[in-house]
Each structure stands twice: as C-alpha cells, then as structure tokens.
Design a protein around this ligand. Structure first.
Ligand code: DQA
Length: 148
C-alpha cells in the first residue's frame, strides 16, 4: 500500500478562524477528514502533521524517508523564504506536491515566489480547501506512474 504524508506549516492550525475571507471557513480537521476519505477509497495510507516550527517540519520531512511514497505539503509562509524546507524536500527525494488554499500569485508580491515549488512535482494554488483534494489526485497520478 502506498503511503502519503500530509504536512502543513505555520498558522494552518488556525484554518476556519484565520482570515476566512482568504482561506475559507473549513478547519484543518475538516480538510484532513476529507483527505482521509479520499485516501481510503483510493487504497492509500495517509498520515497528517502540522507544525508552526520550521525545524519540526524539516524533521518530519526527514522522517518520511523510507516511509512515505509521496508528500502533500502546504508550507504556509515558509513557502516564500525557507531554503531549509526546500533543501529538506530535495534531500529526501520523495515526490512532493505543494498546495495552497489561496492563489498566492494573485496576492501580495512577496507571496508570488515559492522557493519550494522548483523542487516539487507541481503546485496547486487558489482552490480553497479543494486544493488539497486536487493535490492528492495529482500526487496519486504521479505515484501510479511506472517506477515511482
Ligand atoms: C498559504 C499561502 C501563504 O502565503 C500563507 O502564508 C499561508 C497559507 C495558503 O494555503 O494559501 O499561511 O500557504
């Protein structure tokens, strides 16, 4: 059975409460419950992790080595400046899909850059909570490719 690790970065624990006009009204728990159902029907094992600490996210990415077949990652604001998270993703060599609830390209200019996206298989941005479902589908597609 393939295994997908979902990793959420800073402030995503506050989804539902935090700027609902930008991020929607669903809490992280809801998003995780929906992903769990999606994974169950696809026959994929799924685990969830959220931290507000860059180092804890890096540790979790390292732990994925030899355990996860794919990573679904919303790095939060770390997206825009964390070379350390980027290096962690490129170090573990696990296919990763970057997801964002908001369309980072339509927001403040500092959000237009993702330092993580170049080491990911792709980025999904702007579909609210549905970005996670779309990201999961994209990741499954990558995992189904021969030799992945
Ligand atoms: C976010 C976008 C980031 O710019 C922001 O810092 C977040 C959430 C999103 O999911 O839209 O924390 O990653």
């Amino acid at each position: 059975m393939k295994s997908v690790w979902v990793i959420n970065g800073p402030n995503l624990n506050l989804l539902g409460v935090r700027e609902p006009g930008v991020y929607g009204s669903q809490g992280l728990q809801n998003i995780e419950d929906a992903l769990r159902k999606q994974a169950e029907s696809a026959g994929i094992e799924i685990t969830f992790f959220q931290s507000n600490h860059e180092g804890a996210i890096i540790d979790r990415i390292h732990e994925a080595m030899g355990q996860a077949d794919g990573i679904l990652l919303n790095p939060g604001a770390l997206t825009h400046y964390s070379y350390a998270v980027r290096d962690a993703i490129s170090s573990v060599n696990i296919p990763t899909v970057e997801v964002h609830l908001s369309n980072i390209h339509a927001r403040e200019s500092f959000r237009h850059i993702s330092v993580i996206a170049p080491v990911c298989v792709g980025q999904i941005s702007g579909f609210g909570a549905n970005s996670y479902a779309l990201g999961f589908m994209a990741l499954m597609n990558v995992l189904e490719r021969p030799h992945s």
